[in-house]
Design a protein around this ligand. Structure first.
Ligand SMILES: [Zn+2]
Length: 303
């Protein structure tokens, strides 16, 4: 009798531990943030990208999905269509390594020809964002989704300066209309992660050029201040960006602006400000808090 009781108790304790374990897993989830990959055939970049994806696949705490922060290929701004297609081909081949769902953000270097030095004419059918949007089966280059109580907004922060034909950081009116509706539908309490290739704020330029350096429209989203107050009514926790290849964290009030380093480091030529080639993982908790870690995936630049 006593022994049966004891077994029963330990069985119950075992079940309770399992249930607690399951509950614990449900309390949070991880996603990986890979930005500024800049895939090209040279400098071992395909091997480097694959090595990074293997590190993502084998994280000790598995990620539910991957977000990219843009600049997936080395450059589509200043080169011809053959070179652009060659880079996407390498990107596709390498991406087969990834065993997780992925949501892509567009970067300036993914846009065909938006540069004063462009080799692709505006009359070319592939000029602009068409290729990127088609490649990922997207009706448009911005969108949102929900995951386990969190809301994710992927912005397209790439505009074009109509005078120079260069890219600039810009959220256009159609996207802003969509964003206002998307936020209203999300409500004031649900925690939100936003991704924008070009950062909202950035300070590393001043570290290099002096504290009074004025940033141009290529460094930040130039029209941010016309709509930023809109965000105050919502629970925006984290604004992820890429573009600068730096790891940079700015906390203002309840919002953290985080530039997520670079998979390619300094364009596959080594670390940036001493930070290695890497990617981030974010743990999102049920209580609306989160934490972040930048991870070196062990790549060494080839000389
Ligand atoms: Zn960029």
């Amino acid at each position: 009798m006593h022994r049966r009781h004891f077994l029963g108790t330990s069985l119950l304790a075992g079940l309770a531990t399992q249930a607690f374990g399951a509950t614990k897993e449900e309390d949070s989830f991880d996603f990986a943030f890979l930005t500024d990959i800049h895939v090209q055939p040279e400098l071992g970049a395909p091997e480097g990208f694959r090595q990074c994806l293997r590190a993502v696949n084998t994280l000790a705490t598995p990620a539910d999905f991957v977000l990219t922060g843009g600049d997936l290929i080395f450059d589509a701004l200043d080169v011809g269509m053959d070179r652009i297609r060659e880079q996407w081909k390498v990107f596709d081949e390498c991406s087969k390594e990834l065993a997780l769902p992925v949501h892509h953000t567009i970067g300036n270097h993914d846009v065909v020809g938006w540069s004063a030095k462009s080799l692709v004419k505006p009359t070319n059918q592939d000029y602009g964002k068409k290729l990127f949007a088609e490649r990922f089966g997207l009706a448009r280059t911005y969108r949102s989704f929900d995951h386990k109580g969190w809301h994710f907004i992927i912005l397209d922060s790439i505009g074009q300066n109509k005078e120079t034909l260069d890219y600039e950081g810009w959220i256009d009116d159609a996207q802003l209309d969509w964003l206002k509706k998307d936020l209203a539908a999300t409500g004031r309490t649900k925690p939100i992660v936003m991704v924008t290739h070009i950062p909202f704020y950035s300070t590393w330029h001043q570290v290099v050029g002096g504290p009074d350096l004025h940033l141009d429209g290529k460094a930040i989203v130039r029209n941010l201040h016309t709509f930023r107050k809109l965000f105050d009514a919502y629970n925006i926790q984290l604004v992820l960006s890429g573009h600068g290849h730096v790891v940079e964290r700015i906390e203002i009030g309840k919002v953290t602006y985080l530039q997520g380093g670079a998979v390619c480091g300094m364009w596959w030529k080594g670390p940036v400000f001493g930070k290695p080639e890497g990617f981030g993982t974010v743990t999102c908790r049920r209580d609306g808090t989160w934490s972040w870690k930048y991870r070196d995936y062990g790549w060494k630049a080839r000389k």
